[in-house]
Ligand binder design. Structure first.
Ligand SMILES: C[S@@+](CC[C@H](N)C(=O)[O-])C[C@H]1O[C@@H](n2cnc3c(N)ncnc32)[C@H](O)[C@@H]1O
Length: 391
């Protein structure tokens, strides 16, 4: 009887198999949405099988690794397209399972929270918000300015905000995101500047996190507005083809709806307060197309505010009177101001004290009524005229 030949494996431990599988998922850009089951070795074929699961621990497929070489066995590994299809399907299934018969009226008070929005969102009750409108912090690729180590890390952070917002948003309600591509300036004369198409990457995150795409609205600013970016100056001087670069004067408002099997009409027909529906009707002179011409706004104390006119238009078109409007990146509080002017409640989160102080100062002018309680989280309430406060 001959001795059985000893076979040397490069992958001998579960943790090594997971490492290889993680690298593979990074390559196909699914590492943040796919989880692992327990990897098992199959020593008949000298392979490791690493099960891939979705957030509900349902099986999506597997990564198969050659134990001897540590290479992925592509023929036996579940294809990226199949994983993506199953992930998208999972979200659809999850939201249609619910069977609410009437839309809920939230019992949240106006809220202003100091701190990281993901933590604050996690403390916010499920399905307690009726609209999300926000503009996120910009991604800046220069390490000296950026909080994020990489663009991938930035996208991961935004994914978490979208996921938590989905949890707190009521069924079938809207998330409107103000966002535009980011220009990375060239670092020297010999390098090119680069644009990152942030809105298109965000789109994928929204879809994967259980939203349906509704609209892309273009916020158009007057022509002078984009010159500060420096784009188009070279072309303006030299007029060579290929050098053409338009001056950006638009930003996107990406409109998504939390997945549901209900028609929009359901929210109107079944709204528990017909009087509020009546009060929320939009008057003549509304914006008919998806080009919204609005002047930008400047605030000497905050570098990236949006105009209250923009916030008000979004709030008016995508919520009812008395609804709760959330802005997880509250900044100077523009969304809250717009919401209170339109008789909606607001929830604002902001992690920088200097911007929270702007909200504390500005809120005194929002003319809140005595009945409109403000709940302050992780911060002292300012004295407000007419106001009771909760802690
Ligand atoms: C683009 S600004 C929003 C400005 C706001 N729309 C306005 O009109 O004032 C983004 C804001 O998000 C805040 N921010 C960034 N990361 C945050 C986080 N993790 N949690 C809460 N706020 C955050 C920043 O401090 C900044 O004020």
């Amino acid at each position: 009887m001959g001795r059985k030949k000893e076979i040397l494996y490069r992958i001998t431990k579960v943790s090594d198999a997971k490492k290889v599988a993680t690298e593979y998922l990074k390559q196909i850009e699914l590492e943040s949405v796919v989880k692992f089951g327990l990897p098992e070795i199959d020593d008949r074929y000298h392979i490791w099988r690493v099960p891939l699961l979705n957030a509900n621990k349902e099986r999506l497929g597997e990564v198969v690794i050659d134990a001897k070489t540590s290479f992925i066995v592509e023929k036996k590994t579940t294809a990226k397209e199949i994983l993506e299809k199953k992930l998208l399907g999972r979200n659809k299934k999850k939201s249609t399972r619910k069977k609410s018969t009437i839309p809920k009226i939230s019992n949240l008070n106006n809220t202003i929270g100091f701190g990281d929005c993901i933590e604050l969102l996690q403390q916010t009750p499920k399905e307690s918000v009726d609209l999300v409108f926000t503009s996120p912090p910009y991604y800046n690729a220069r390490p000296e300015y950026s909080e994020y180590h990489s663009y991938e890390e930035y996208l991961m952070f935004i994914r978490k905000v979208i996921r938590e917002s989905n949890r707190v948003l009521n069924e079938g309600r809207f998330f409107v995101m103000n966002i535009s591509p980011v220009l990375l300036r060239r670092t020297s004369r010999n390098t090119a500047s680069k644009r990152i198409a942030v809105p298109f990457d965000f789109h994928r995150l929204f879809i994967e996190e259980g939203f349906d795409f509704i609209d892309d609205i273009h916020w158009v600013k007057p022509e002078g507005a984009g010159w500060a970016t420096g784009r188009g100056r070279r072309f303006s001087a030299d007029r060579n083809p290929l050098q053409y670069k338009p001056v950006p004067v638009t930003e996107y408002l990406l409109v998504y709806r939390k997945q549901t099997d209900k028609l929009i009409d359901w929210h109107i027909r079944k709204h528990p307060d017909k009087e509020l529906v009546q009060q929320s009707k939009i008057q003549d002179g509304y914006q008919v197309t998806n080009l919204w011409k609005i002047h930008p706004s400047y605030n000497k104390n905050h570098p990236a505010v949006f105009p209250v006119e923009l916030a008000k238009r979004v709030i008016e078109y995508y919520s009812f009177v008395n609804d709760v409007v959330l802005d997880p990146f509250g900044g100077s509080g523009t969304t809250g101001k717009g919401a209170s002017e339109l008789k909606r409640r607001f929830v604002l989160f902001e992690k920088e004290e200097k911007y929270l102080d702007l909200i504390k100062k500005d809120i005194k002018k929002w003319n809140l009524q005595e009945s409109e309680i403000v709940n302050w989280i992780n911060t002292e309430a300012p004295e407000l005229p007419n106001q009771k406060t909760l802690f």
